[in-house]
Design a protein around this ligand. Structure first.
Ligand SMILES: CC(C)(COP(=O)(O)OP(=O)(O)OC[C@H]1O[C@@H](n2cnc3c(N)ncnc32)[C@H](O)[C@@H]1OP(=O)(O)O)[C@@H](O)C(=O)NCCC(=O)NCCS
Length: 184
């Protein structure tokens, strides 16, 4: 995906120069409880991840890619959105997000996620995009609902995180539903 410029953001490929902002986002104490990584990401792993993402090509087969949410006025990375593409014949992608807490509550995640939905449906021609979150993650639930995603299920104890089994919700949006929202 070429960089996409929105009203306040650029959604672009991650770069090795994002290292400090990337670590700041992933290791903030308010964000850590939502992260799968235990213990928190190290500088070495972050460096390797960014180096890999900077050159990653997503072909026709399955793959996962993370984009930087770049704040135009502050000229820095403030979060990330990612899409995981399942095997092509399934035409299915999963999306996720993370914003540095200093930038939450201003609509940036919604703005970035809309770019990702357009990438998935319009460019990748996906049939279905899903997202999952812990049932206690109210900010993520509100975000999925703002994007027009439907709650399709409540998964009991589906994720072992922070030393305990957690319930998750699964939300989904179909390409037809997304298209309809583009015309209203
Ligand atoms: C999930 C997460 C990205 C949501 O961030 P967020 O800031 O709530 O979402 P947005 O950036 O879209 O902001 C929307 C909020 O800003 C408000 N807002 C303020 N100004 C706004 C504007 N100009 N435009 C749009 N919304 C605005 C909205 O009303 C909304 O508030 P509400 O949810 O209380 O109604 C964030 O909580 C996060 O990073 N959490 C940690 C990581 C995580 O949990 N990831 C998901 C794992 S499954």
């Amino acid at each position: 995906m070429e960089p996409v410029v929105t009203q306040r953001l650029i959604i672009r490929r991650l770069a090795e120069t994002d290292l400090l902002d990337f670590i700041a986002c992933r290791t903030h104490p308010d964000v850590l409880p939502c992260m799968l990584e235990e213990p928190p990401i190290t500088e070495e792993i972050a460096q390797r991840f960014l180096a890999h993402q900077a050159v990653l090509e997503i072909g026709d087969e399955r793959g996962s890619i993370t984009f930087a949410i770049h704040h135009i006025d502050d000229a820095k990375m403030i979060g990330e959105v990612n899409i995981h593409l399942l095997p092509k014949q399934q035409s299915h992608g999963e999306i996720g997000w993370l914003l540095h807490p200093d930038y939450q509550g201003r609509g940036y995640a919604t703005e970035a996620a809309q770019v990702l939905l357009t990438y998935g449906f319009a460019h990748r021609k996906l049939h279905r995009i899903t997202s999952m979150c812990d049932t206690r993650n109210t900010a993520s639930i509100r975000l999925m609902e703002r994007l027009g995603m439907r709650r399709e299920g409540h998964l009991k104890q589906s994720n072992f995180m922070q030393g305990a089994w957690q319930d998750e919700y699964i939300y989904a949006l179909l390409s037809d539903e997304w298209l309809l929202r583009q015309t209203v």
